[in-house]
Write a protein that binds this ligand. Structure first.
Ligand SMILES: Cc1cc2nc3c(=O)[nH]c(=O)nc-3n(C[C@H](O)[C@H](O)[C@H](O)COP(=O)(O)OP(=O)(O)OC[C@H]3O[C@@H](n4cnc5c(N)ncnc54)[C@H](O)[C@@H]3O)c2cc1C
Length: 282
């Protein structure tokens, strides 16, 4: 089984800022991390490899610093990784992003070997559109199933996908190749292992594909290929914070001080009373 797993290198905060002039994300000065909701997708891909053999390839379209995220996934056990990176991909909306990812998956399929599954996380913490899985499937003309919690191979070209919705658990038989979106609470990711980090140093399993390798029409990528326009951005009002430091004697003192201070604050005390009423006064 050959599985491609998507990873986005995102600012390690949910309060991203948008450039009011260009309508694009401001990434400068914000340390980045692997999108946390991609972790269940990576874990699912690795569990499938553990069960049925094959290889897992991590894929990201991003500026070069995302290599650090790919290194992390190699540390978890991913076999190799591909960074798709070029200036002509900058400023992409979800349509242009998914186009490049779909084309990269087709290139893997053609040049590395048949891809059976592409697995994506539920959404990202910086844009949260949850578009990429569905759009990539649409470009590839592959079936798409989301909110997956587990996947089992039924036969050589079919998987059984269990997905968990708010009020139901559904089992779907899906023909491969297919795109799967994992539920953000589906699986706990395994830790990074030293042996994989050593393999990373020795084998150098990350490659970069620029548009020289991808050969895509620049009119379909980046800002040029992005029909979405951020027409207006609204400034989020700053929440005023009281900066109070209290050094308690012990836990009991800390709890008493906290309750007293919160009750003295009109807004906080109303919220506490409401919560107490809703919780039956407990
Ligand atoms: C008008 C507009 C302009 C934008 N301009 C910019 C910009 O200038 N710079 C910028 O950084 N962003 C920009 N964005 C955001 C950019 O489109 C999204 O970051 C990107 O398309 C992914 O969408 P998402 O984060 O909502 O992913 P979702 O659809 O929420 O993610 C679902 C899953 O898809 C996978 N995935 C998502 N992104 C990638 C990726 N790049 N590579 C591999 N897998 C991935 C992950 O597994 C993720 O869990 C713009 C968006 C719009 C609408």
């Amino acid at each position: 089984m050959r599985i491609v797993v998507g990873m986005k290198w995102v600012p390690g905060t949910t309060s991203v800022r948008i450039d009011p002039k260009t309508g694009t994300l401001i990434r400068e000065g914000v340390p980045s991390i692997v999108n946390p909701h991609d972790m269940p997708a990576v874990e699912l891909a690795l569990q499938l490899k553990d069960a049925y053999g094959g290889e897992v390839i991590a894929l990201t379209m991003s500026p070069p610093p995302a290599i650090r995220g790919l290194e992390y996934l190699i540390g978890m056990g991913v076999d190799r990784a591909i960074l798709v990176s070029d200036r002509v991909y900058a400023g992409a909306d979800t349509l242009a992003t998914s186009y490049v990812l779909a084309k990269a998956i087709e290139k893997i399929d053609k040049e590395i070997g048949k891809v059976d599954l592409a697995i994506f996380g539920q959404e990202t913490i910086d844009s949260s559109t949850a578009h990429i899985g569905a759009q990539t499937a649409s470009w590839l003309d592959w079936p798409y199933i989301y909110y997956a919690h587990s996947v089992k191979l039924i036969d050589n070209n079919k998987v059984l996908v269990e997905r968990v919705l708010e009020n139901a658990i559904e089992d779907w038989e899906v023909e491969m190749p297919a795109v799967i979106g994992t539920h953000m609470k589906a699986l706990k990711p395994r830790p990074v292992r030293l042996i994989n980090k050593i393999r990373y140093k020795v084998e150098k399993p990350i490659v970069t594909w620029t548009n020289n390798e991808m050969k895509l029409d620049p009119r379909c990528t980046g800002l040029k290929g992005s029909p979405t326009i951020v027409a207006k951005t609204v400034d989020v009002p700053e929440v005023p914070r009281k900066k109070i430091v209290y050094k308690p004697k012990d836990g009991e003192d800390a709890a008493k001080w906290l309750i007293k201070t919160l009750l003295e604050d009109e807004k906080a005390s109303k919220a506490i009373i409401k919560a107490l009423k809703e919780g039956g006064g407990k």
